[in-house]
Design a protein around this ligand. Sequence first.
Ligand SMILES: Cc1cc2nc3c(=O)[nH]c(=O)nc-3n(C[C@H](O)[C@H](O)[C@H](O)COP(=O)(O)O)c2cc1C
Ligand code: SF4
Length: 627
Amino acid sequence: MHTHPMALISKNSARKDRLSPDEVRIIQSICEDMGNNPLRMMDILLRTQDQFRCISPQAMEVIAAATGLSRIAVEGVASFYAFFSSEPKGRVTIRLCDDIIDRFAGLGEVAAAFEKALSIKVGETTDDGAFSLEYTPCIGLCDQAPAAMINDLVVTRLTPESVRELIASLQAGARPEDVLLDRFDERTPYERATRMVANNIRHAGAVLLGPVPMDAGLAAAVETGPAQIIRTLEESGLRGCGGAGFPTGRKWRAAAETEADRRVVICNADEGEPGTFKDRVLLTERPHLVFEGMTIAARAINATEGIIYLRGEYVYLRDLLEEVLEERRARGLLGQGIMGVDGFDFDIRLQLGAGAYICGEEGALISSCEGLPGEPKTRPPFPVTRGYLGLPTVVNNVETLCHAARILDRGAKWFSDMGTEGSNGTKLFSVSGDCLNPGIYELPYGLTVEELLEMVGADDAAAVLVGGPSGTMIARDTFHRRLTFDDLATGGAIVVFNGERNILEVVEYYMSFFVHESCGYCTPCRVGNVFLQRAIGKFRKGLANPTDIDYLRDLSDTIIETSRCGLGMTSPNPILSTLENFPLVYSAMVKPSTDRTRATFDIQSAIDSARKLAKRRSHIYDRDFTK
Ligand SMILES: Cc1cc2nc3c(=O)[nH]c(=O)nc-3n(C[C@H](O)[C@H](O)[C@H](O)COP(=O)(O)O)c2cc1C
Ligand code: SF4
């Protein structure tokens, strides 16, 4: 039985952390706005966090009572996401992007300037509760680093001088909105987004970033009907742009052919892979196309419900996307009888995330949409047969959905004539790091890395990370390789490193990213990555033995083989690809050893210390959607 929320007030009235009756009512009304529905737990928690700058144990009690869950279940969700906190955050919360690109772009000096101006360290809140300062992993602004989130807004290209000015204005009482943007209140959501963040579109291709006629794909989809939509997509050869490259037509067919009364379309706008920011630009410049693609998917599989899962770091795009959704409803492009077709009913809700990279993995994303901690689900069953609430669900990346809409307009052949066999069409590449022109490039598949480096102005590139840390790091002698699914597959991230960069520093950073982002469910991923990171630290200090190279390989193989989801299965890639392509980097740091004893990996005895390092708890489910 749950504690009645009012009991929290009368009992223990001397406790400082007690909620006032007004506070209880505010939380209850937040829950009511969400229909007291546990499926909307993310929204309830996001709004509670916004309102009180924390989700206190007492607030969790009130939420639990309102939604009919146990407090421990609410806490299981609240404690999973980095943007939720049980301790009060500052009225202005500054989240500095701690990506390696930001570090190389001067994050150290920027962080020091923040610390000095606020008289606190990163990780602290000022005594008056005005400011919190913290680090957060890649926020999708690597083309304009160093960058930071300031509450729900973002600021880019920070310098120590700009930090001093920013903090002085905020300390003088200005709102972040007014400091970051002149005439904030008068501007449209699109103006706000594009004035805070540059799109940096360096090359527009024929499919996505060139001229796009409004809803021509949807009109064609309505004309041709569901079966032909799926055939067209199959013929086009379109493959998923979120990383795995699964054929989109085949995915839609599987969902359409699964017996069900209700089906769901989810757009994956979680874009958390460090170095990837292409979806940010599509969401800003092509939001209608994204929703058009979702609506076409709904037509193809006969779905009535759509969700766009927007990563918490892109909250600054929320108003823009909500405005576009409203506009589409008003124009009869969402809602009942879309485009005048009887029975074509479909609408989309926006689900905001709260700072968890793992929520990009489709099972974890579905869990998060269901109001649960973002933990991946066991596969099979795959979402196309049993996804959101157990319903057949198509999950597609933002870019994939945009491609689908364009293919419906221009035809399968038009698309498949671009690119190479097996990798049809164009791809958006997010290029960052040591190059003159970081930004977005829409290019046909099949380009070599060399050709791309020439376009982006990266003459002195020594290493290129293709596909982000879960992808492959290649060296100069293989820059002739092609950007295709069969050679160098990528969800879109291309990160360039020049000869001055320390490869092991980069590898250690990415391993720390995976340690931080592991959901903690499987031991090999939760513990093994901590060990890999430590081992790389040993190499960096020149303390590694020759046998440590085998240790890195063996442990990596174990993690890949025994992890439950794609995070664990790809987390050792920064190590494996650099061992293969930069062997000297490792051998140069090995000290000749008289002790030939092989380092052993005792996973059980290591669990406790590793858990502390990973700072993740195991999470408790007590929900059953079948009831
Ligand atoms: C750890 C992890 C993170 C992921 N992050 C994303 C992401 O941010 N965006 C995305 O579209 N897919 C991401 N994926 C892939 C999704 O699970 C899924 O394959 C994809 O959304 C399917 O869409 P597509 O077929 O259009 O590519 C991620 C996968 C893993 C394992
Ligand atoms: S592999 Fe890692 S991220 Fe994936 S379920 Fe296991 S612990 Fe979680």
